[in-house]
Ligand binder design. Structure first.
Ligand SMILES: [Zn+2]
Length: 373
């Protein structure tokens, strides 16, 4: 979803992006309105879209700020034709068992609808007090001919709609958090997804009879639920795979006393891009083929010791792939040495990670097929 969206600014340090399909929505409103009622009405139509999406942004900011308060940073808010999505960066923190995070998840989920309720009630009471001619209770509730009334009702609608227990909408997220008290995260997500897709199907069917927009919302909801389920499964695979399952055990090392030319010579004969550097049996750094070449070019022949990167992180054999992944990405490393009893027993590199994940998935499938047969 991040592809196909363009950055339009930052709020509270969170990147705000607009999905390209959203621009189609604007064009659609402009064309249909100006064809039917002329450009003035089309302008009001766009203003209404602007108001609704402004409130969607505030809704998403509600999620993002509560998440940030809980220590999860928000990467971006993306505006789609059917609403907004906040991308939270959940990779930076170890995933704790659901039992500990369910309250936090519920707070994050409820923050969005709460923002809309606050806007609806404050705007509503101000309008009733100072501008009764707006006729808050008259129909149509949301229409471009009465923008002030639309502000109140669209926020109320946004809050109620998002509170439906249809995962991945906010109500569904609350439901998943409640499920996760008693089951593992993947199971909880599966159950919430099933309920969400039942809602989505209902929307699509009712929409066909009543309003085509509802069909579209149902369709997007169905797809979104599917994607969420997949990413939950992927996350759990990352958590269950141990480094010993995928680490490279047949690998080359360099010595800190090697000259760069010797190192390059060894590197040429290896498929590896990154090498652990040892002094005796101690790990003292890491160096990449690239870095060896750079150092040779810049300073001529020297020792690996002076060119290697002394900042690195090690992992234990039993550590999960998810944890190694967090270490690799948080420090921008490309290699993690795997240690057992102070001894270097393997390496995990970004280069081999994706490759071994695919192999592992295949071998699990084969094993499962063999068991089923
Ligand atoms: Zn929300």
């Amino acid at each position: 979803m991040r592809n196909w969206s363009v950055p339009v600014g930052r709020v509270f340090g969170i990147e705000l992006r607009v999905h390209l399909t959203f621009l189609f929505l604007l064009a659609f409103v402009w064309l249909t309105e100006s064809a039917a009622h002329g450009p003035v009405s089309a302008g009001r139509g766009l203003a209404l879209v602007g108001i609704i999406f402004g409130c969607v942004v505030l809704h998403e900011l509600g999620h993002a700020l509560v998440a940030m308060h809980a220590g999860i940073s928000a990467k971006a808010i993306i505006l789609l034709p059917i609403g907004g999505v906040t991308l939270l960066d959940e990779t930076q923190h170890p995933i704790e068992p659901g039992a500990l995070t369910w309250k936090r998840d519920i707070r994050i989920a409820l923050a969005g609808p709460l923002v809309n309720l606050i806007i609806a009630f404050s705007a509503g009471s101000i309008l009733l007090a100072v501008a009764p001619e707006i006729q808050l209770w008259a129909r149509p509730y949301v229409h471009s001919s009465n923008l002030a009334r639309s502000l109140v009702w669209s926020n109320l609608w946004l809050a109620l709609f998002n509170l439906l227990p249809a995962y991945p909408m906010d109500g569904g997220r609350v439901l998943r958090a409640l499920f996760s008290r008693r089951m593992d995260p993947v199971q909880a997500t599966r159950r919430a997804v099933t309920i969400g897709q039942a809602f989505a199907t209902l929307f699509m069917l009712v929409g066909m009879l009543w309003n085509i927009w509802l069909t579209m919302i149902g369709f997007f909801l169905f797809v979104a639920a599917q994607l969420e389920e997949r990413s939950a499964v992927f996350q759990s695979v990352l958590e269950t795979v141990r480094l010993e399952d995928i680490m490279l055990t047949d690998f080359a090392t360099l010595s800190s006393a090697d000259t760069l030319e010797d190192a390059l010579d060894k590197a040429v004969h290896s498929l590896q891009d990154d090498f652990p550097v040892l002094r005796g049996s101690d790990m003292v750094g890491v160096i990449s083929k690239q870095k060896i070449l750079q150092a040779l070019r810049a300073e001529g022949n020297g020792y690996v010791q002076s060119a290697m990167n002394r900042i690195f992180d090690v992992a234990q054999k039993k550590e999960s792939l998810a944890s190694a992944f967090r270490k690799l990405t948080s420090k921008n490393l490309s290699i993690i040495p795997v240690i057992e009893d102070q001894r270097l027993v393997g390496i995990v590199t970004l280069q081999n990670l994706m490759h071994s994940m695919a192999l592992l998935a295949e071998s699990r499938k084969l094993r499962k097929a063999a068991l089923d047969a």
